[in-house]
Write a protein that binds this ligand. Structure first.
Ligand SMILES: Cc1cc2nc3c(=O)[nH]c(=O)nc-3n(C[C@H](O)[C@H](O)[C@H](O)COP(=O)(O)OP(=O)(O)OC[C@H]3O[C@@H](n4cnc5c(N)ncnc54)[C@H](O)[C@@H]3O)c2cc1C
Length: 409
């Protein structure tokens, strides 16, 4: 009997983990891991943290060494972009005209950084941060004494601002909304993040949009703001959200809804084609409707589930969402999905203005836990959410509250 070929498009976190999981679970056919970047799969979270700070280099970011792919008989096909899927021929077409046949296909094409809503008049020294190549360009800008404007006070913008400040840059952080990351953090959490960055000397401009980026006479940039002012700087980094890479899947007729729609078995609307990671929109018990998560933990765990599903295991995937962000020496973790909450109750121990735990409730049931320097609360809170959220806002407000006690009930 001829051996099967499983193709994986997207040679990154989800794609690489799926490839190795297929082998681990005994798949003996051909595994093709196709990606448009020139690098072997690497980890993205350090790009806006240790890599910018010069504490981790490319080698340290690789998910696996080159020899591991040979040892597992996984064939990476790098610098190769998939343009379309021929569903009837069961083949992929690359942008340079090559055809790659498959028996089953897993799409792990992730997301890309959203473009600025205008074409900058000055292009040089204006960067975003999604890939290792982007990070190399940003890192080259973050020299002591340079003036850096960061557009977008989301997690990536905030991490870039923190790294730039630690490297001795003068940083201005521009955010269009009145409070950063408010949908996730609530107003109190947003205010704590503003306080954290302000205390490090970051110039924060809220409720302010960037209208244009021009060349300055001194060779720098001029960033025109919606309040009529201009910021003079040496470089601009923007992080204003992302867009799923699902155009070629959409063109082949696969169902799309802000990402490739999959079920709990990572199956798309087309038989034999699966999706996982940042590109996939899936149902979950932790929210209503489909959710597309951009988190390391989801990309890794869903990819493992997809590989097992491709091999015929019927195990529904619905891990609780989990995300982290590191800024300066502060660590944030979030378990569960805020968004539908009607109440947030903070539990503080008063050691500083930033640290604390936020408990998110929907109709008096715990749905998410945000820890600012509180890993223990998030670890235990996650278990409470998974078990149905049996803790109330009054419990959190009560004297001597300890989330761990509710885990044991
Ligand atoms: C700077 C940064 C910091 C982050 N920090 C954190 C963090 O602190 N905590 C956390 O939980 N998560 C973090 N994340 C998110 C996490 O890295 C992602 O969730 C994860 O990388 C998603 O993995 P993925 O494999 O699904 O997609 P991706 O990592 O986006 O990989 C998709 C790959 O597919 C390729 N591709 C796309 N289209 C095609 C095509 N047509 N043909 C071939 N290849 C294609 C892409 O170039 C890319 O290499 C961060 C992300 C970034 C960018």
């Amino acid at each position: 009997m001829t051996k099967k070929t499983f193709a994986i498009v997207g040679a990154s976190l989800a794609g690489a983990h799926a490839a190795f999981q297929l082998r681990k679970d005994g798949f003996d056919g051909e595994i093709l891991l196709i990606g448009d970047e020139a690098h072997l799969p690497y980890d993205r979270p350090p790009l806006s943290k240790a890599f910018l700070l010069g504490k981790a280099e490319e080698d340290a970011l690789l998910l696996r060494q080159e020899s591991d792919y040979g040892d597992a008989a996984i064939t990476p096909i790098l610098s190769t972009r998939i343009a379309s899927i021929d569903r009837s021929a069961r083949s992929l077409e690359t942008t340079n005209g090559r055809s790659i046949a498959f028996d089953k296909l897993l799409i792990c094409t992730g997301a890309r950084a959203r473009d600025l809503p205008f074409a900058p008049e000055a292009q040089a020294n204006v960067h975003t941060l999604r890939s290792l190549d982007d990070a190399g360009r940003v890192r080259a800008e973050l020299l002591p004494g340079r003036r850096i404007v960061v557009i977008g006070f989301g997690f990536i913008g905030a991490e870039v601002a923190a790294a730039a400040q630690e490297l001795g840059c003068a940083v201005t952080l521009v955010e269009a909304s009145e409070a950063p990351m408010q949908r996730v953090l609530g107003s109190e959490g947003a205010s704590r993040y503003c306080g954290l960055h302000a205390s490090r000397g970051i110039d924060i401009r809220l409720s302010t949009s960037v209208l244009q980026i021009r060349e300055a006479p001194d060779g720098g940039k001029l960033v025109a703001l919606s309040d009529g002012s201009e910021l003079a700087c040496d470089a601009v980094v923007y992080g204003i959200g992302s867009t799923p890479n699902c155009e070629f899947a959409q063109a082949s007729g696969i169902q799309i809804a802000n990402g490739i729609v999959v079920n709990a078995f990572c199956e798309t609307s087309v038989e034999g084609i699966y999706a996982a990671g940042d590109v996939a929109a899936r149902p979950t018990a932790y929210a209503s409707g489909l959710v597309r998560l951009e988190s390391w933990q989801n990309a890794y765990r869903q990819a493992v589930a997809a590989a097992r599903s491709m091999l015929g295991h019927r195990e529904a995937y619905d891990d609780i969402p989990w995300f982290w962000s590191d800024q300066y020496e502060s660590k944030m973790q979030l378990a569960g999905l805020p968004g539908t909450h009607d109440q947030i109750v903070w539990h503080d121990q008063g050691e500083d203005d930033f640290s604390g735990t936020a408990f998110y409730f929907t109709q008096r049931r715990l749905i998410a836990v945000l820890g600012l320097n509180r890993p223990r609360d998030v670890r235990f809170g996650m278990e409470v959410v998974k078990a149905g959220g049996a803790v109330t806002p009054d419990d959190v407000r009560s004297e001597g509250f300890n989330i761990q006690k509710y885990m044991r009930r």
